[in-house]
Design a protein around this ligand. Structure first.
Ligand code: FRU
Length: 494
């Protein structure tokens, strides 16, 4: 019966999406190659998995408008994580435990079990005792049509954990046991809880994987735990932790005791629009992460979610990134190699000498483009190097590399009349001979990678097509750029 209700809600939403999708496709701010829904609101990536020969992305979804609301799971499949086929919605709120105007089927993950695709998600509802979050299961034979498990919920908040702050299960299998990490809050501090199960349906508490002492906020959203070589990585998005959007801890993990000894911490992205990354394994063994290119209301630089709701949509994912660990245990995050297949209209320069007079650069149409270069630090005596992006109509976004003081920043205060804030990160340049810079611009976003893909800034910029000029400028001396490449990028959605 209840699965019938879910089907009815999915079909109704599907009819609405069919009416709205052309308007969204024609929207001025629509992304060209970043993943978006056909219409409506999206937030976190969910259930990322390579299953039966395709990449499956699920996503937090309100099909009805460009704002968060009662949450469904959208679903799309791809061969390359760039070109997408949208499938019927996977989950709709339909049960007492997950039906609520400000609740629904919250974030979770996917795993193959007994030949079926299992989704584990957080059900959020309020049956009169306040908002309660529980962990639930749905499964599918064909990877397209899902059924909720009749024994849901499979897990409720343990003692001491606030029932409205217990969510976002990420599951994996190790030997013959399933494990799950879940975000939570205890005594006003964020933490990650570890559970185990033999059958995906019955779960027992194992350990606290890691806990904030205040420095990492009051609640951890969307934790993810995975191996990198012989180490383990815990990623999460902390609530109430200043400008941090997505961070990681790395160290050793003992499956015997469930103990995670972490001695390294780092930032996945220093920009304002990189939240709730989830990881999965590509068939060739790469660990890929995908994040929601936005942030919530509690973040310091929140203004609003941009003007796209007027076009009937809001939200997209950042480019898929490959995670790699360096010898010192820190991580770098590279744009997935698949993105190279989008390149068009290549331009190369072996050497480019930049002074304070500046010069104009050409890359594709100046809206959807890629730029790559290396600053030769031995030949450069400038104090700063600036990239002026999406410039035009009196507006621009300023990316500054302060070589004298070791800082990278991206200033959105004159970007679009909408966005604001300056994202900053420290650049460790001591002993380095070159500084790599890699920019991806799309209609409504700038992702700028630097310093071996450890200083990454994702910021949304809602700029029109008249903002299509690019300049480079040095101050306090000259900058020598080597291996300059630029490309236009294919439009994947039209
Ligand atoms: C993170 C998050 C999750 C929650 C979902 C609700 O962005 O707040 O913690 O499950 O979004 O849509």
């Amino acid at each position: 019966m209840s699965n019938e209700l879910m089907q009815q809600k999915i079909e109704k939403a599907q009819r609405w999406i069919d009416c709205r999708k052309q308007v969204v496709k024609d929207g001025d701010m629509r992304q060209h190659y970043h993943f978006m829904a056909q219409a409506g609101w999206i937030n976190d990536p969910n259930g990322l998995i390579y299953f039966k020969g395709k990449y499956h992305f699920f996503y937090q979804y309100n099909p009805y408008e460009g704002f968060w609301g009662s949450i469904y799971w959208g679903h799309a499949v791809s061969d390359d994580m760039l070109h997408w086929e949208y499938l019927p919605l996977a989950l709709a709120p339909s049960e007492v435990y997950d039906e609520h105007p400000r609740g629904g089927c919250f974030s979770g993950s996917a795993i193959e079990h007994d030949g079926r695709l299992f989704l584990m998600y957080t059900a959020a509802a309020n049956e009169g005792r306040g908002v309660e979050q529980t962990q639930c299961i749905a499964y599918s034979e064909d990877g397209i049509h899902f059924e909720k498990y009749h024994g849901n919920p499979v897990l409720t908040a343990p003692e001491g954990i606030e029932a409205n702050q217990f969510r976002d299960p990420k599951v994996w299998k190790h030997e013959d046991t399933y494990y799950m990490v879940c975000g939570a809050s205890r005594d006003g501090k964020g933490l990650a809880l570890l559970y185990q199960s033999k059958d995906m349906l019955h779960w027992t508490f194992f350990n606290v994987l890691a806990e904030s002492r205040g420095e990492w906020g009051y609640m951890w959203e969307c934790p993810d735990f995975y191996p990198m070589g012989d180490k383990y990585v815990l990623m999460f998005s902390p609530m109430g932790s200043g400008d941090h959007t997505s961070v990681y801890l790395a160290g050793d993990f003992d499956y015997g005791t469930g103990t995670f000894s972490h001695y390294i911490s780092g930032e996945i992205d220093w920009g304002f629009d990189y939240y709730a990354p989830q990881s999965f394994l590509a068939p060739d063994g790469r660990r890929i992460i995908v994040a929601w290119a936005n942030e919530w209301e509690w973040m310091p630089l929140w203004k609003d979610w941009g003007p796209t709701y007027k076009e009937g949509w809001c939200g997209f994912f950042n480019l898929p990134r490959e995670v790699r660990m360096l010898e010192d245990g820190t991580l770098k995050f590279l744009p997935a190699a698949e993105t190279e297949s989008l390149r068009q209209d290549p331009r190369y320069r072996d050497v480019l000498v930049v002074t304070d007079a500046g010069q104009e650069l050409k890359a594709g149409d100046g809206v959807a483009f890629e730029l790559k270069m290396k600053v030769d630090l031995e030949e450069t005596d400038a104090d700063t190097l600036e990239l002026i992006l999406r410039s035009g109509n009196g507006k621009r976004t300023l990316c500054r590399f302060d070589l004298a003081h070791g800082q990278m920043s991206v200033d959105r205060n004159a970007s679009d009349g909408w966005s604001r804030g300056v994202s900053r990160s420290t650049l460790f340049l001591k002993g380095k001979r070159e500084l790599d810079i890699h920019v991806f611009s799309d209609q409504s976003s700038l992702e700028i990678f630097s310093n071996g893909y450890q200083n990454n800034h994702s910021n949304n910029v809602f700029a029109g097509n008249d903002q299509n000029r690019i300049f480079i400028r040095a101050q306090g001396g000259r900058a020598v750029i080597r291996e300059y490449e630029s490309y236009g990028l294919e439009e994947c959605f039209r």
